[in-house]
Write a protein that binds this ligand. Structure first.
Ligand SMILES: NC(=O)c1ccc[n+]([C@@H]2O[C@H](COP(=O)([O-])OP(=O)(O)OC[C@H]3O[C@@H](n4cnc5c(N)ncnc54)[C@H](O)[C@@H]3O)[C@@H](O)[C@H]2O)c1
Length: 317
């Protein structure tokens, strides 16, 4: 298959592209390599994908540029992962979300429509559950109460995909990822920030005084789920599915795992809840099991150990 991966220089996009290349698919990546976080790791990811990947440095909010990519390649499927990610940054820079997640996602759908590409797997987020109190979060729950612009942009993408399914017959699977972690991970996310600070003997910022609970999901499980979705998307019409570990962990226990893995106790800077954050995430994955036959496999302690060794190796520590 020939697959377009948007955001393929990103954390999840890199792992998905690598797995697709390894099993023999043709992969075309588009990514604007923006500087939301250190661009070097994005370049390193593209370099690691090797010469078999075709890479375009373009912004998906530029319709003409994206359209040229679709003119050059006849894609079988699209895996749309490019986005302005991050809940907290959406308070600082709301326009970035409107451009990448709003207009960018519309452009992906429009290019698919005009170039007759029928199968789409796209990234949504557990953030869409916003202030929902009933856990585990189920795809049957109402998600009309987002509490960040990021969450709203992800919900809007689900709605847009539904419209393109109804109007133009696109087959779509939207995957709501739950706090993804792992090797080559994002420098703006907790595991990376905590590991870096502890190794540098600096304090870590612990929001909500450590009261958060998160369904941390390893990137190998997410990648497996994305590949299953890509393989099965023609069969399912339109589906929204949770991809989460179904094993919520308290933030302080998560930090404890990192401390044990590094062999040092963190100095903790306890801070209040931040705007836009949610207290707890927990995925109900019954429907995902049914539809895709997917189940998470990686335990958090093993995943953290693996991350810490990767971090030491990547930064020559
Ligand atoms: N990592 C998580 O915990 C998590 C959780 C829920 C949902 N998601 C979603 O999964 C997807 C991948 O997330 P990630 O963690 O790999 O993030 P990431 O930031 O590492 O990857 C996103 C990539 O998209 C690229 N990008 C952003 N705007 C673009 C634009 N306008 N044009 C072209 N490229 C653009 C970025 O340069 C980046 O390489 C995103 O849609 C994100 O919202 C991630």
């Amino acid at each position: 298959m020939k697959i377009l991966v948007t955001g393929g220089a990103g954390f999840i996009g890199y792992h998905v592209s690598k797995a697709l290349l390894e099993r023999g698919d043709e992969v075309v990546v588009v990514d604007n390599l923006n500087d939301y976080y250190d661009v070097q790791i994005k370049k390193d990811r593209i370099k690691d994908l090797g010469s078999n990947v075709t890479f375009y440095k373009i912004d998906i909010s530029n319709y003409e540029a994206l359209n040229v990519v679709f003119q050059h390649h006849k894609f079988d499927k699209v895996c749309h992962l490019a986005a302005q990610a991050g809940v907290r940054y959406s308070i600082e820079n709301p326009h970035a979300y409107e451009r990448a997640n709003g207009l960018g996602s519309l452009n992906v759908l429009e290019c698919m429509r005009h170039h007759n590409v029928k199968d789409l797997v796209f990234a949504s987020s557990s953030s869409v559950y916003g202030g929902n109190k009933t856990t585990p979060f189920s795809v049957e729950h109402n998600v009309d109460s987002p509490i960040s612009l990021y969450a709203a942009s992800k919900k809007y993408n689900e709605l847009k995909a539904h419209v393109y399914h109804k109007l133009y017959g696109l087959n779509c699977i939207g995957l709501r990822f739950f706090t993804v972690y792992g090797n080559m991970g994002r420098p703006d996310m907790a595991l990376y920030l905590f590991t870096k600070a502890i190794l540098e003997n600096k304090p870590i910022d612990v929001f909500n005084n450590g009261g958060h609970e998160r369904d941390f999901t390893h990137v190998s499980d997410i990648t497996h789920g994305v590949l299953l979705a890509l393989d099965q998307v023609p069969l399912h019409g339109f589906q929204i599915l949770n991809l989460g570990n179904d094993d919520t962990i308290h933030l302080m226990d998560f930090i404890g795992h990192i401390e044990r893995s590094i062999g040092k106790t963190a100095e903790k800077n306890m801070l209040p809840m931040q705007k836009g954050d949610v207290y707890k995430t927990h995925a109900n994955i019954e429907k995902t099991k049914q539809v895709l036959g997917w189940e998470p496999k990686m335990s958090v302690d093993k995943g953290i150990n693996e991350f810490v060794s990767w971090y030491r190796g990547y930064h020559n520590i």
